[in-house]
Design a binder for this molecule. Structure first.
Ligand code: GLA
Length: 388
């Protein structure tokens, strides 16, 4: 991919790139919609991701070109005008990153040209947006010799989502894209940002990614709605409980005080946040003990909770996860990421991967009217430099 990108760089920008980088996508094993509730998440970076090449310019023009959106052409703007602009479509993600790096005091004092190409399926909830944000941060670090730590890039990437794009997401995606390591998942406490690496050793089992191939629509507005519902629940519980986040509640205490939340829908949202958080900790223990069956059960419970209590699945994700759960050799399956569309994951015996694909494909196509896709990818590194 890099060789053809270099050719394209020279074709469009009439010069050679100086630096190159790669930023991965991610899956989340378990711990969904817990990150903006101060809870645990358990994601891993994947070997699919976004590649970027960049070169400094003499003037103050910034140009971005994506080989995934060639129809958008070269998107160009000035270093002196870094406001959000809907016409700049995908380039708003890197633009936001540049803007916030400068606002944080980092010296980006000339324009530059960037070409990107990714192999994360678009809109698949595998974090293509965090990938492009972190890629941009890393390219800027290299190009302008910025003395910026990974954690700061992670926080700036999240700020781009929250303050530039308008999605009030948590820190999970940028964190794993920034900190991922080969064959390791990260157990992250999103409240303290304490984390540690956990080998993704599933014995004879492997993770399959299944894509609904449904275009994600309205996901962002529903996402913000869920966040607001959780905030309402928290405020009601705080009338009697001294807690800073839903992620600080154990299931028992929550059930004892749940009556404070009169609205049944809001109560279910909070229940998901609390029970999901408990499941992450249990899943971590199960993996440490190589208890893959238990890990699989927790995946199934997570999906059910996201479906019934949190209502972020939809018939496509339910069909994928639930049909996978019934395949012989599958220990568990659940949606991954924000939900509504995008991907689900399944923990499946290595010898049954083909059966899983055939069976899920048949049921899904029959019910939904078009086919799902499947990916088998390794767990890979976080954002990194690529030597040219
Ligand atoms: C999206 C957000 C994350 C997280 C997940 C749901 O991926 O970007 O911060 O909230 O949804 O777990």
């Amino acid at each position: 991919m890099l060789a053809s990108m270099q050719t394209q760089f020279e074709k469009h920008f009439e010069t050679k790139p100086d630096v190159a980088a790669f930023a991965p996508g991610r899956i989340n094993l378990i711990g969904e919609h817990t990150d903006y509730n101060g809870g645990y998440v358990f994601p891993a970076a994947i070997e699919l991701g976004t590649y970027g090449l960049a070169r400094k310019r003499e003037d103050r023009t910034i140009r971005f070109y994506s080989l995934n959106f060639e129809e958008k052409g070269i998107i160009s703007f000035s270093l002196d005008d870094l406001d959000y602009n809907a016409d700049h479509s995908w380039a708003n993600y890197p633009k936001g990153m540049v803007k916030f790096l400068i606002e944080a005091g980092y010296k980006i004092d000339s324009g530059f040209d960037v070409i990107v190409e990714g192999n994360i399926p678009n809109g698949a909830s595998l974090s293509s947006s965090a990938s492009i944000e972190m890629l941009t941060g890393w390219l800027m670090k290299q190009l302008f010799n910025l003395d910026v730590e990974r954690l700061e890039l992670i926080q700036l990437g999240r700020k781009v989502e929250n303050k530039f794009i308008g999605v009030n997401s948590g820190i999970m995606d940028q964190f794993i894209v920034g900190m991922g390591q080969k064959d390791q998942a990260i157990l992250l406490d999103t409240h303290t940002l304490e984390y540690h690496y956990v080998p993704t050793e599933f014995g004879d089992y492997t993770i399959s990614i299944m894509n609904t191939n449904k275009r994600r629509e309205l996901a962002e507005s529903k996402y913000n709605e869920r966040l607001e519902e959780c905030q309402k629940a928290l405020a009601l519980l705080q009338q009697e409980l001294d807690i800073e986040a839903l992620g600080h509640l154990d299931v028992e205490t929550f059930e004892k005080y749940a009556h404070l939340i009169e609205d049944e829908t809001i109560r279910r949202r909070a229940r998901h946040a609390v029970t999901e958080n408990a499941r992450v900790k249990e899943a971590y223990d199960a993996l440490a003990q190589s208890d893959f069956e238990r890990f699989g059960e927790l995946l199934n419970q997570s999906h059910a909770s996201l479906k019934d209590d949190y209502e972020v699945t939809g018939k496509e994700l339910d069909t994928l996860a639930e049909s996978a759960q019934n395949v012989d050799g599958v220990l568990g399956a659940r949606m991954t990421g924000a939900g509504f569309a995008g991907c689900a994951i399944a923990l499946v015996h290595q010898s049954k991967v083909k059966d899983l694909e055939d069976e899920v494909s048949r049921i899904y196509t029959d019910k939904i009217g078009y086919a799902p896709s499947f990916y088998h990818v390794n767990i890979g590194d976080g954002v990194k430099t690529i030597e040219l």
